[in-house]
Design a protein around this ligand. Structure first.
Ligand SMILES: Nc1ncnc2c1ncn2[C@@H]1O[C@H](COP(=O)(O)OP(=O)(O)OP(=O)(O)O)[C@@H](O)[C@H]1O
Length: 681
């Protein structure tokens, strides 16, 4: 039993040696595989002429199997090498009533020592590891697939091991989590999101390890770790259900490519492969089969920022409401009952009674409406065939095939969508000015109608769907998601961080679409200092937010006479940042135009402009918009043009809140003229 620091250090050396040995064994195995593979290929090459097709298939399969095993060995080596750098971060000594005490060391991956046939390091996702996150010293329990294990935690310890060296270890007589967490959070940011396995908090752990919820909705304040948790949750589910779910079966619906790049290394760091991701617009294009050109969400938000158009706002607001979805559903019932005007159909000398056609139409109520006519026509053909006791002529078939659909008032989904607004008595709510692209607010409504009226293929290969920035999607979008993704879902976001307040959805709204969901709310905020969090509260107050006690400089607002002076000051701030120890600086503007203006003024090496077209997140100084910065974080943030003239509408206010909450350690706002009223003390 390792009790003291020197014993722990000795033990660490032992483990590292064992890891080195294990790596050597993997190397030997890999070499052996590749030798065998080479020999096999050579053999096939030499004996090809004498092999029949079955032999060739068998040989091919055996090569594939060997290559697969080889790949597995390479992945194992990668994991072992990583463990060599930092084998574990926690330990618990857990005693069950009838068991001897054995220390459980917890790391990013497990390490099973083959010679001793012993698990020397447990994966953080293993059932026993949950003790580390869920309990302090004393009585504790954890669940396994075969039941709950009760016992006592006699020791709990945390380590920081970097490059194979122990930097510190801490025993848990106090709440050690907090000390280590503080150290983690005080560090300056890397260019990518990082894993947080060593400091996952109890409430976060409950979300990560939830195995039962069919839909999980996480509403968490800015910086509460939603995105981190969601990624760890995926890693957990991939581990827990490794027999049935693989990385390629998961889909992340992410707001943009930059964000996708920003989060892209967390799962590989946790030993999982890259997860497929897709943007909402990509999904829309896919579902619409590129039948319509449409405005993007970015374009919608930019249009809102650039001009105040009450009619445009009203259209968006209505189409983002739950009422809109209800109305669409009511309309579908209405057309089913009213638009199929059935009359008797005359086919030669046979009269098909209207009651028969009506009855057949009702029989197919589970089939999307516009697809029912072909089925009804088949039945009517059979009816006529029985009546005339012969095969039907082409003309007769056509009379039926054309006659039945003709009894329905519309055949194009777009015509029905237009008619919906007439039915509603609000035709002005639809702007379809061809060749103008479809407004973004109409895109998912139209998809929904396509789905209900014609059916659309579903994404059955996806076994878990992760939706980030949930507040940016509307009930109709969720209704579509629920119909095309039949798998379990994790949906997360923060209603205060919407970039379009006219279309924001809260956890409660989304819950109405997924009544079976588990809703979790997170109020502890980890990203920003107490000072920055308090400052952001001036823009959008949330009395429930609990900032982690971490202090830094007060955010500042600096006034200038003219924008030119403001830009000069920003230049100086950037120079000061470059000389500081911080890694990342975000200069976050309201619009792209403003970001471009700042970029022009600052132009220097190491300064990057991040636009909608960018696909990767770069380290250093980034100039971008609040919309694009969503989900990202920076050591320091500068918000230029924070004047009353620039930040005055509800959309502007949302942008300002998002911009300020991106800062971890330092926040500066600059303005000329008058300060925005949103920052009134
Ligand atoms: N338990 C934790 N241990 C260490 N760091 C944490 C923990 N939880 C969150 N963090 C850190 O807090 C920061 C914010 O996390 P994350 O970006 O996941 O939050 P979020 O809720 O998605 O934020 P936002 O909605 O504002 O974009 C990150 O730097 C993350 O690493």
């Amino acid at each position: 039993m390792n009790v003291t620091e020197s014993e722990e250090k000795e033990y660490l050396e032992e483990i590292k040696e064992k890891l080195t040995l294990a790596i050597r064994r993997v190397d030997e195995a890999v070499k052996q595989f590749s030798d065998e593979l080479r020999q096999k290929k050579q053999y096939i090459h030499e004996h090809q002429s004498g092999m029949d097709e079955a032999d060739m298939v068998a040989a091919g399969q055996s090569i594939n199997r060997m290559a697969f095993t080889g790949e597995g060995a390479v992945a194992r080596k990668r994991r072992l090498l990583k463990l060599g750098q930092s084998p574990y971060f926690g330990r618990i000594d857990f005693v069950t009533p009838n068991q001897v005490k054995t220390p459980v060391y917890i790391g990013v991956y497990s390490f099973f020592e083959e010679q001793q046939r012993q698990n020397l390091i447990y994966d953080w996702r293993a059932p026993i590891s949950s003790l580390f996150y869920d309990f302090e010293l004393g009585e504790a329990s954890y669940s396994t697939p075969s039941g709950t294990v009760q016992g006592t935690i006699e020791l709990k310890r945390q380590y920081k091991i970097r490059d194979g060296r122990m930097e510190f270890m801490l025993d848990s007589d106090v709440n050690i989590h907090d000390d280590v967490l503080q150290q983690e959070l005080a560090k300056s940011s890397d260019d990518k999101m990082k894993n947080i396995v060593a400091t996952i908090q109890r409430d976060q752990n409950a979300v990560i390890r939830n195995e039962t919820a069919p839909v999980m909705i996480i509403q968490g304040v800015a910086g509460s770790g939603k995105t981190s948790i969601a990624l760890h949750r995926i890693a957990f589910l991939l581990y827990r259900f490794r027999e049935t779910i693989r990385a390629k079966d998961v889909l992340i619906l992410s707001p943009n490519k930059v964000f996708a790049d920003y989060i892209s290394n967390v799962l590989p760091e946790l030993g999982e492969e890259h997860i497929p991701e897709m943007g909402m617009e990509e999904l829309a294009a896919d579902l619409l089969g590129n039948r319509y050109a449409f405005q993007t969400f970015f374009e919608q938000v930019s249009a809102l920022l650039e001009r105040h158009d009450p009619a445009f706002i009203e259209r968006i607001q209505f189409k983002s409401s739950f009422e809109f979805l209800s109305k669409l559903n009511q309309y579908l019932v209405y057309i089913e009952n009213n638009y199929f005007t059935v009359t008797e159909l005359r086919v030669g000398s046979t009269v098909v009674p209207s009651a028969l056609i009506q009855a057949k139409f009702k029989t197919y109520h589970r089939v999307p409406m516009l697809k029912r006519f072909a089925l009804v026509a088949d039945d009517v053909r059979a009816y006529v065939r029985d009546a005339v006791r012969r095969k039907l002529s082409g003309r007769e078939k056509a009379t039926i095939g054309e006659g039945i659909p003709r009894m329905f008032r519309f055949h194009q989904v777009l015509d029905l969508y237009r008619d919906f607004y007439r039915w509603l008595g609000r035709p002005e709510l639809l702007k379809l000015a061809h060749p103008q692209p479809l407004e973004y607010a109409d895109v998912f409504a139209l998809i929904y109608l396509h789905l209900r009226l014609e059916g659309l293929p579903s994404y059955d290969q996806v076994k878990h769907l992760l939706v980030d920035e949930m507040q940016d999607y509307t009930p109709v979008q969720y209704a579509v998601l629920s119909r095309v993704f039949h798998c379990r879902k994790t949906i997360l976001g923060d209603v205060s961080q919407t970039v379009n307040p006219y279309s924001a959805s809260s956890a409660e709204t989304i819950e109405r679409v997924f009544p079976q969901a588990d809703v979790v709310k997170l109020y502890r905020s980890y990203r920003s200092t107490v000072e920055i969090t308090a400052f952001a509260q001036r823009i959008t107050p949330n009395p429930h937010i609990i900032p982690l006690e971490r202090h830094g400089p007060e955010p500042t607002t600096a006034r200038f006479e003219r924008p030119t002076e403001e830009l000069t000051a920003i230049k100086q701030l950037v120079t000061a940042f470059q000389a500081s120890g911080n890694h990342s600086l975000g200069v976050i503007c309201k619009t792209l135009r403003q970001a471009e203006e700042v970029f022009e003024a600052l132009q220097a090496p190491g300064i990057h402009l991040l636009t909608e077209e960018s696909s990767s997140f770069k380290e250093g100084v980034i100039i971008t918009t609040a919309h694009l910065a969503k989900g990202l974080e920076f050591d320091e943030v500068i918000v230029p043009f924070a004047s009353a003239r620039n930040y005055k509408t509800e959309v502007d206010k949302s942008m300002l809140y998002v911009a300020c909450t991106r800062a971890m350690h330092q926040l500066t706002l600059t303005y000329s003229g008058e300060l925005t009223p949103f920052l009134a003390p």
